[in-house]
Design a protein. Structure first.
Length: 218
């Protein structure tokens, strides 16, 4: 089992499902030329996609266009179904810095064929993630600065206040489709600025009050 831990704590969680939310920042929707969705765009990544802080990304040989997507990650701390938005934050154990790596060429091919695109999202090492900061230490997850540097150059910058759906709304809506269980991870979408990464790149993501993540590309 893949496990994650809460920083400065003995608490560890066995990871169940990783649920991603697409198209949650308007500028990112526009930069890819996508339509603004009426309902959340939800996909899943396997736990085997996790890569710890300091790890090395391995881009599959069936892709030549892997994009970085910096995201706030949520760690579910207790089981819930049909969670009400006003109670949603009480279901979280922590927050982390994550990357939702996407094989954009493979994703586009799958979309054009009307096929699922998990193979573009769920490959090994496609979900680099930091240690989690305890939820109690983040008073407002809907107002956090995000930044991603690649080789020291800022590529992505934004604030979770720009999300189309708040953290509470994300949890509530996802829980109408899936029972959320302790150890599940939710990825909340990415701001504008996604672009290709290649071998040798060094990535550093930071989220205010949450922490930082550093990984490299093989």
């Amino acid at each position: 089992m893949h496990q994650v831990k809460i920083k400065n704590s003995e608490a560890t969680y066995s990871v169940g499902k990783i649920i991603g939310l697409g198209r949650n920042y308007l500028d990112h929707i526009r930069e890819l030329g996508n339509k603004v969705p009426d309902r959340p765009v939800i996909f899943c990544k396997p736990a085997s996609s996790l890569l710890p802080d300091g790890g090395t990304i391995k881009i599959p040989d069936y892709s030549s266009n892997c994009h970085h997507e910096l995201e706030l990650a949520l760690l579910v701390g207790k089981t819930g179904k049909h969670i009400q938005a006003e109670n949603a934050l009480s279901y979280l154990a922590g927050y982390a810095v994550a990357l939702d790596l996407t094989l954009r060429d493979v994703q586009d091919q799958q979309k054009n064929k009307g096929l699922p695109w998990e193979i573009a999202k769920g490959f090994d090492t496609s979900c680099p993630i930091s240690e989690f900061t305890a939820a109690a230490k983040v008073s407002d997850p809907n107002n956090l600065q995000l930044q991603l540097k690649v080789n020291g150059e800022i590529r992505q910058q934004g604030n979770t206040a720009q999300m189309m759906r708040s953290v509470e709304e994300i949890i509530a809506e996802i829980s109408t489709f899936f029972t959320l269980e302790s150890g599940d991870i939710i990825l909340t979408g990415t701001p504008a600025g996604v672009s290709r990464i290649i071998a040798g790149d060094q990535l550093e993501g930071t989220i205010e009050k949450v922490g930082s993540l550093q990984v490299s590309v093989a």
